[in-house]
Design a protein around this ligand. Structure first.
Ligand code: PMP
Length: 463
């Protein structure tokens, strides 16, 4: 029987453990993986996946695990959205690839038009498509250099922009990302302090942190020379660095300062963009309007596609033939992106992200207590994180984050750890996760935190 529409995988939306996690089949595959793959490829949860749908990952042992990761903020529409699957399958039957620079197809233009219409900024925009987040960021830098004729790039403490050699130079965290890979092309990369309200020295109020960070940016520009600086690249909410939200008003003031110096403003929305934070772009929360914005991850609903969207005159500075790549804007990925755009509108995914935030904040509020080692619950929409510290201090506690994540994994809840200091548990559920399933996963996480606190400090709970 032919099946022209891929089935909507109707996996029960409940957590269910048939074996230990990982189970025997995953362990057997793991042994083969270890023999066939280099150790440099990390892993979070050593299970192998059979199928996914909604908020569930079903592994090869038949365990149903709650997905609070979305493949690192990629499958916001779910990992098997029926319309993504249908469009990709239909496209694969027509053609899989042409190289857009050789012969063209309509879906690339439609994706570009949607991004031009919806990215922040009330000005004429154009879009170029690529395949990965790092590729989008590198191309934004190339475009800014072409537009300004200047070499320098300003980035921030805790920034993450990718693993290619140049984006590694832009990324803040050294271990393990940079270990053994130097020398990196850092010559024209300059790092300014990001206004982290929790960790800025001197316990300042958020508005003062913003002022101090802007002063530091000005000092950097003064020291290096504005005529040496092509762009400043900023994540509106820092992702891998620990879901750090800058104080309100900082981002538009940063853009204003950069523009005064003729510096192009690049927003890296690779992780935060496309409905994840409860608005289409995270920049919108603060009225931040970058000249160029990078998107990836959620854009393709699981297929590799990324984009640089921005001011037509800046984008237009690159001479013909200067941008591209063999697979950039691949037609399967463009079809997937068009399905993602429909899902964002049709399923009100920004509204879903806001509802997820409410539910998570309500469920986790009781365990957020600096005195007991949980310094903050922060983020926006369905991009939320808990920062773990040694009780009563701001000293990072990466061991606590690892222990709590491991306890969740054993119970069939996939959470990720992040943060430059490795002490942040982040939650990135698919935006289509059902509230009951999310409630179950949050109960597991709360129990894991309480248990950890109890084990770490027996005297406090035995009273
Ligand atoms: N920028 C940000 C903000 C990211 O979070 C990431 C990936 N985590 C990247 C860039 C790099 O994206 P990719 O892994 O697709 O190259």
């Amino acid at each position: 029987m032919s099946r022209d529409v891929p089935a909507d995988p109707t996996i029960p939306q409940t957590r269910h453990l048939r074996t230990a996690v990982p189970g025997p089949r995953s362990l057997a595959l793991q042994a083969e993986r270890d023999a066939a793959l280099p150790a440099g490829l990390g892993r979070t949860l050593p299970v192998f996946v059979e199928r996914m749908g909604g908020g569930i990952i079903e592994d090869v042992d038949g365990n149903r695990i709650v997905d609070l990761a979305s493949g690192i903020a990629v499958t916001s529409v779910g990992a098997a959205h029926p319309e993504v699957a249908r469009r990709v399958a239909a496209q694969a039957e027509r053609f899989t690839h042409t190289c857009f620079l050789v012969t063209q197809y309509e879906s690339y233009v439609r994706v570009a038009q949607w991004l031009n219409a919806n990215a922040p900024g009330d000005f004429a925009k154009t879009t170029a498509l690529f395949s990965t987040g790092a590729e989008a960021v590198e191309n934004a830098v190339k475009i800014a250099r072409a537009a300004t004729g200047r070499p320098g790039v300003v980035v921030f403490s805790n920034a993450y922009h990718g693993r290619t050699l140049f984006t590694l130079a832009m990324t803040a965290k050294d271990k393990p990302y940079k270990t053994g890979f130097g020398p990196l092309p850092t010559e024209h990369v300059h790092r300014a302090p990001f206004p982290d309200p929790l960790r800025w020295p001197g316990s300042l109020a958020p508005a003062q942190v913003a002022d101090a960070a802007l002063d530091a940016f000005e000092e950097l520009v003064d020291r290096v020379g504005a005529d040496q600086l092509a762009c400043v690249v900023v994540e509106p909410i820092q992702g891998e660095g620990g879901f750090i939200v800058p104080p309100r008003g900082y981002l538009p003031r940063l853009a204003e300062a950069a523009h005064r110096h003729g510096i192009v403003v690049v927003g890296d929305e690779v992780q935060a963009g496309l409905a994840r934070t409860g608005t289409l772009f995270a920049s919108e929360h603060d009225g931040f309007v970058p000249d160029l914005v990078c998107t990836a991850k959620a854009l393709g609903g699981g297929l590799p596609i990324s984009a640089v969207t921005g001011r037509a005159e800046v984008m237009g500075a690159v001479s013909p033939g200067g941008l591209g790549g063999t697979y950039s804007g691949n037609p399967l990925a463009c079809e997937a992106a068009l399905a993602v755009f429909e899902a964002i509108d049709g399923q009100d995914l920004t509204g879903r992200a806001r509802a997820i935030e409410e539910q998570v904040r309500r469920a986790l509020a009781p365990v957020v207590e600096a005195d007991r080692g949980v310094a903050q619950l922060r983020g926006r929409g369905a991009m939320l994180a808990l920062e773990l510290v040694r009780p009563g201090t701001l000293e990072p506690d990466p061991d606590a984050a690892a222990a709590i994540a491991a306890a969740c994994h054993r119970q069939g809840v996939l959470v990720l750890v992040c943060g430059t200091l490795g002490n942040v548990i982040r939650l990135l559920p698919p935006l289509v996760i059902e509230p009951d399933l999310l409630a179950d996963a949050l109960a597991v996480l709360s129990d894991a935190i309480r248990e950890h606190i109890a084990v770490a400090e027996p005297e406090q709970v035995s009273a």
